[in-house]
Design a binder for this molecule. Structure first.
Ligand SMILES: [Cu+2]
Length: 517
């Protein structure tokens, strides 16, 4: 049994996973070396400016000549703390995988090596890349063969905070897919950097050692929260039907260990700050299933970007709420000298490791935690208050529902009454390329679903029937019994996968393919 240490003053263990860069280093020649994490360095400059995203080489091609980056998938150990080391699949022997700093519009060659016994997929989350490099078998991306390799090339974009992760179906295998440690960061450097900060810190929130149970921790944090009539009734009827059929409530995911940057709270290097600094936090929730919160007592976040895209109306919040695969970029004015816990609001998860210490220069002592004032997370806060989204060419109606405990003890999910079939992999929605589409999504389940669309960004255009505009994302949390509209332009040819980013939900039906021709 692992010893769980929530707070400690001993930071003698040097943490290789703490990712921090100061602004001067960022633009210096030493940028990658100065990063706390081992960055993946281009072997040499093989990059050619290229406006095309076509792959340089397909599967089976010998990997000759240097790639700009190599990502190697293998089972390895992650030392969450001195008495807690887990074994899982990771990239380049580390968790999180190396931070790849790519230049917008500048073609990059990446070798993906797979040293495991299972064919893999590596998905470039949030980037506009061709279907054959995007990293989803459902879109037709070739697998990286077991004990094999694949070379891909693409043109990075859009600029901002992205990431890469495995895209395998896990089903009941809790070592596979997003339950593993296969996640790493991408920063696509914009041509122009707004740069109003002194110090940049990347944080990856991640749980390890999953198990299933029937216990669920309900979260009520989204606004607006008024349920849509009819959706709750539909959910209750589904529950009654399941009970009549003798089915039990579906499994929920739970975890033994919680970490930020692969370290349990108090077990890694603290984030070292100076009074008067403005720190830019880039936070990724790399969870397979959990919505996370994050607060820094005595400090306020100013949210400047969501999913790597600058928001039109930066706003302040005492808490960040981040669904699986979402990213939040927020600046914090460091003006409360002390030693603090930057951590999750859930006491149990924070005590099991979901936090990191923030230490002001010259300050010592026990890291302090205080619960922040209640705050409801509302994407509309960051939208453009004066803008109205233009009407789309077409509205696609979608209702999400659950069949309780219907699949190997897990809930099955449906989109318009259809659970995605991995056997058929047929597109559900046919789009005209260049058309502007609005997805009207209705959630007839009691879960919050982080909805993701591959190879595109979308604009949130209404929540709970209330219009908004200007917030551009690639994942959005849809509240229980709630509705939301998101608009996007079908500017990517071929297949694009749409799914809930909770591994168990997508594995048991919550996926659909768009086909743009
Ligand atoms: Cu879901």
């Amino acid at each position: 049994m692992a010893k769980i240490i929530g707070r400690t003053k001993d930071f003698s263990h040097v943490d290789p996973a703490l990712m921090t860069l100061n602004r001067r280093q960022l633009f210096g020649a030493a940028a990658a070396l100065a990063a706390g994490i081992p960055a993946s360095h281009p072997a040499q400059s093989a990059e050619q400016p290229d406006s095309h995203g076509a792959p340089a080489a397909g599967p089976g091609t010998t990997l000759e000549g240097p790639a700009d980056h190599t990502l190697r998938i293998a089972t390895g150990l992650v030392e969450l703390g001195p008495d807690t080391t887990v074994s899982t699949k990771i990239y380049n022997g580390q968790f999180p995988g190396p931070l790849l700093r790519l230049a917008e519009g500048r073609r990059v060659v990446v070798d993906i090596r797979n040293d495991t016994d299972t064919p893999e997929q590596l998905h470039w989350h949030g980037q506009f890349v061709p279907a054959d490099v995007d990293g989803a078998a459902e879109e037709g991306t070739p697998f990286v063969p077991a004990h094999g390799a694949r070379r891909i090339a693409f043109t990075p974009g859009p600029p901002g905070f992205r990431f890469y992760h495995t895209h395998l179906r896990a089903g009941t295998d809790l070592s596979a897919g997003l339950y593993s440690g296969q996640a790493g960061l991408v920063y696509v450097e914009p041509a122009h950097d707004p740069g109003a900060y002194d110090h940049e810190v990347f944080l990856v929130l991640k749980e390890f050692n999953p198990f299933v149970s029937h216990t669920e921790t309900p979260l009520d944090f989204l606004a607006p929260a008024n349920p849509v009539p009819g959706l709750q009734e539909a959910s209750q009827q589904a529950m009654l039907a399941a009970l009549e059929a003798g089915l039990k409530q579906g499994y929920e995911l739970a975890y033994n260990f919680f970490s930020i940057n692969g370290r349990m709270l108090g077990q890694g290097e603290p984030i070292r700050v100076k009074a008067g600094e403005r720190v830019l936090f880039h936070v990724l929730n790399a969870s397979a299933s959990e919505i996370r919160s994050l607060a820094l007592p005595g400090h306020i976040f100013r949210i400047v970007a969501l999913d790597g895209n600058p928001v039109p109306h930066p706003s302040e919040a005492p808490v960040l709420w981040i669904g699986p695969a979402e990213r939040v970029s927020a600046t914090v004015e460091m003006k409360q000298p002390g030693v603090w816990v930057l951590g999750d609001l859930l006491d149990e998860d924070r005590k099991r490791g979901m936090g990191i210490v923030v230490e002001y220069a010259g300050r010592k002592g026990e890291p302090q935690w205080r619960k922040p004032r209640p705050f409801r997370w509302d994407y509309r806060l960051f939208g453009n208050p004066d803008a109205v989204a233009p009407p789309p060419d077409k509205i696609i109606e979608m209702t999400f529902a659950a069949r309780i405990g219907a699949r190997e003890g897990f809930d099955e999910f449906t989109i318009n009454d259809i659970a995605f079939s991995m056997d058929n992999m047929e597109p559900m929605f046919h789009l005209v390329r260049g058309g502007r589409y609005r997805l009207h999504m209705r959630n007839a389940t009691d879960d919050v679903h982080p909805i993701h669309l591959h190879r595109h960004s979308f604009e949130i255009t209404s929540i709970a029937g209330m219009p908004t505009a200007g917030v551009i994302k690639d994942v959005a949390m849809l509240g229980s019994f709630q509705e939301m509209t998101i608009d996007f332009t079908a500017d990517q040819p071929g297949l694009s996968l749409f799914h809930c980013h909770m591994q168990a939900h997508m594995d048991f039906g919550f996926m659909a393919l768009f086909d743009a021709t």
